[in-house]
Design a protein around this ligand. Sequence first.
Ligand code: URA
Length: 230
Amino acid sequence: MRLDKYICESTTLTRSQAKKVISQGRVKSDDKIVRSSAYKTSEGEEIRFDGDIISVRGLRYIMLNKPQDFICSNVDEQLPSLFNLIEADKKEQLFIAGRLDADTTGLALITDDGQWSHKVTSPRNKCKKRYRVGLDAVITDEAIAQLKEGVQLNAEPQPCLPAEVEIISDTEVVLTISEGKYHQVKRMFAAVGNLVIELHREQIGDIELDASLAPGEWRYLTAAEVKSIG
Ligand code: URA
């Protein structure tokens, strides 16, 4: 990796600031000052900036328990971005793997790994998402049958893939789907004549929302959790 990129990825400096500190002689490779930004670093080499050893940050994978009234956007709009809840360097490089509506709570996955995010969201991958759904009206047997079969959403060419439905009470269900269409859960219940009044995502693939995270809290995923998305 080029030295300026290395500095950029291992500190909070921008590319142009990295070039500047390199030309100022503040960066050393194995105790020798390097003044060329184009210098190619290699595996095992010790890079120091102002005397401190620095190393390139790996890709980041985060789970957040999203509270209501935060939006899945990198910038604040009428409501604040959920990135206000996370403390991390270079937050602008992070994005949300599968957005939730402002009024939806629960598991949000955040990463800077585009390929991993694609595995979570790509319809081809059929990564399951489990939601706890509070409903306005009693769920009927007919609605359950339709959801299990695959409901036809308004303005979609194909019906949804069959969903898994677990009945918790007359007005609460756990729904598992393997797609991620826009407002999918709300539209699925609208299509069977009901209305979602509460929506909470509990699980994506094999990654379950950590019960120790209060709304607004987050943690890095374990290596096993990262690997489980395949
Ligand atoms: N489906 C919805 O309708 N909203 C969400 O936030 C997530 C899934």
